[in-house]
Design a protein around this ligand. Structure first.
Ligand SMILES: [Fe+2]
Length: 202
């Protein structure tokens, strides 16, 4: 059971959680993040980079918040222009949880130099868990433990091409593209090679 202080910390890192309408879903998203923050080897969630390689200049928190904002904007536009119904709560929860495994899939790399302690994320390496368990599986396990719906777990699992299952809902498509869009904007800004440049249809 998370303390009041831990819950308030998570809500300050991810204020978008407060936009989830369903109280139980909001508490589950908050609770999973409290557990992850308690388990990770990092001192501060703001030290965790988006990844260990081409996107190590950005924080994971910035990425998750960017994906969440992009996903909700896409949803609003799709509803307005195409008149489709989108489950806002599911999309919000999945966007906020999609990379919640990353702080335990990675750990600080004490051998690497810290570039800019005040402004940049810390050097990172793959943890033992990250080396052996497919991305996003760990957060899915936490979602199962809370009896969260298979539809919601599917949304989180299918955000990554590492999944052997593909998303079939509008929400899964929006999360998938929002994740790539936020990643590519970050990569382009750092002079990296965007996922859009590497795209290949099966
Ligand atoms: Fe992501």
């Amino acid at each position: 059971m998370a303390s009041r202080t831990e819950i308030e910390h998570v809500l300050s890192v991810f204020p978008e959680i407060s936009r989830i309408g369903d109280l139980e879903l909001r508490e589950n998203v908050t609770g999973i993040w409290c557990e992850i923050l308690g388990e990770m080897a990092w001192d501060d969630i703001h030290h965790v980079p988006k990844n260990n390689s081409s996107e190590k200049h950005r924080t994971l928190v910035e990425h998750i918040r960017g994906v969440t904002a992009m996903a909700m904007s896409l949803a609003e536009i799709a509803e307005r222009i195409q008149g489709v119904a989108i489950d806002h709560d599911a999309l919000l929860a999945a966007a906020l949880l999609h990379d919640a495994s990353k702080p335990v899939e990675t750990e600080p790399d004490p051998a690497a130099p810290v570039m800019d302690p005040a402004h940049s994320p810390r050097p990172s390496r793959t943890s033992a868990l990250g080396a052996q368990i497919q991305h996003a599986v760990y957060v899915a396990h936490k979602m199962f433990a809370r009896n969260m719906s298979h539809d919601l777990i599917n949304l989180v699992i299918t955000h990554t091409h590492q999944s052997n299952v593909r998303g079939k809902s509008v929400e899964s498509a929006i999360l998938f593209y929002a994740d790539f869009a936020d990643s590519d904007v970050g990569l382009a800004g750092a002079g990296g090679r965007m996922f859009a440049e590497r795209w290949a249809m099966a």
